[in-house]
Design a protein around this ligand. Structure first.
Ligand SMILES: [Zn+2]
Length: 389
């Protein structure tokens, strides 16, 4: 059996029942019941009583636990799990091998209450990924219950990161970032960490062929209350995935594809590699994640009608779901004003000294909506209108 990521990329199909970024918990749950009824097990309910499901595939003697969307507004992990589940359920040489080696437990959408209203935290305002020690949230209690139900050999903690993240030293967004979490303040490279680092090295080597220069390493600063850090401390090699921005892909369907391919790569290498820690040193060579992007930058904007004050405008989208809508919307706001020469943007526009005028003659301010004029240009929701009447 050979593993060729470029070939896999050509033939790989996403789960076509979902082609959105927003994922309604109800839609997900109906789908799981309709298509995977024999594989699912309700592990409990969220604070608001929404079901939380675990889906199990494979018959292997080793166990893998994957959980997604403990942060409600981070759907890529859940959607990618659905893609990977579809891939594994189809009869390929790779999927057979993985399912013979492992029993995989996917907890899909650990935070359905947050998912419904597109917020990071649970409905009581608790960040579930900072709740490991006290386990105040019902959702963390459920994750712990599953995690202690058997001996897990590997864990995947699946997240999304904001569009602000880039790859250090490159003018590229961090489409995927990975982390082998630390177990202590001194970030010691333990035997457990080496295993997850070794598997991340394999992902990096393979997925770099598909999206060169768009992969980074998430900070390994120790978060004593976080799940990954504590799982790794308990001796379960744990890999954190962060789905980030891909050019012109705000709905993250390309990111989702690479995230899914990365998950399959990790499962494949976990299957065929005898020593997961092999090549763990490569992990340290992956460029770090950096906060280096705005969504849009207008450069050389004339701010004052009295003085010759020129500056850059950094604009960032906030993501919102409106009641009754089936997809999120992006609301552009002014995030920074000044010298942004060290920052990149997913879209950069040279205003060539055009004068900024805001509605009602207001002065520029951080946090306001990005609706303004630059001389004759009309900027609406951050974008320059090309045609208007
Ligand atoms: Zn997250």
């Amino acid at each position: 059996m050979t593993f060729n990521i470029l070939e896999l990329d050509k033939t790989f199909e996403l789960e076509s029942n979902f082609n959105c970024r927003y994922l309604s918990p109800t839609k997900l749950h109906h789908f799981l019941i309709e298509y995977y009824d024999k594989h699912i097990d309700k592990i409990g309910c969220s604070e608001l009583g929404k079901p939380i499901y675990k889906l199990t595939l494979g018959n292997g003697s080793k166990n893998i636990l994957l959980w997604s969307q403990m942060h409600g507004n981070e759907t890529t992990g859940t959607l990618s799990c659905l893609d990977v589940i579809k891939f594994l359920a189809e009869d390929s040489a790779i999927s057979k091998k993985i399912l013979e080696a492992f029993t995989l437990d996917f907890i899909l959408m650990l935070n359905p209450d947050g998912a419904e209203i597109w917020t990071r935290r649970n409905i009581l305002g608790i960040d579930i990924n900072r709740d490991f020690l006290t386990s105040s949230s019902i959702e963390m209690q459920l994750l712990k219950k599953v995690a202690s139900s058997k001996k897990y050999d590997l864990a995947f903690n699946l997240h999304d990161q904001r569009t602000i993240f880039g790859v250090t030293g490159k003018k590229e967004p961090a489409t995927l970032a990975f982390l082998s979490p630390s177990e202590s303040e001194n970030r010691e490279i333990t035997e457990t960490r080496k295993k997850s680092m070794g598997l991340i090295a394999d992902i990096y080597k393979e997925i770099s062929q598909v999206i060169p220069n768009k992969i980074s390493r998430f900070t390994d600063e120790f978060y004593p209350r976080s799940v990954g850090d504590n799982f790794q401390k308990l001796g379960i090699p744990t890999i954190l995935f962060e789905g980030g921005h891909y050019p012109k892909d705000y709905f993250r369907q390309n990111t989702r594809r690479y995230f899914s391919l990365a998950l399959i790569t990790a499962l494949y290498y976990a299957t065929v590699k005898n020593n997961w820690e092999e090549n763990y040193e490569v992990y340290e060579t992956i460029p770090k994640n950096s906060t280096s992007f705005y969504d849009i930058i207008y450069r050389n904007v004339q701010l004052s009608s009295i003085n010759d004050t020129k500056a850059d405008l950094g604009i960032q989208y906030s993501e919102e779901i409106r009641k009754g809508d089936t997809e999120i919307i992006f609301v552009a706001k002014i995030e920074d004003i000044g010298d942004l020469s060290l920052m990149h943007a997913h879209k950069e526009i040279d205003a060539e000294g055009r004068y900024l005028s805001l509605p009602d003659g207001k002065l520029p301010k951080i946090g306001i909506l990005a609706d303004f004029k630059l001389d004759e240009w009309i900027i609406s929701n951050g974008k320059k209108l090309e045609h208007w009447v």
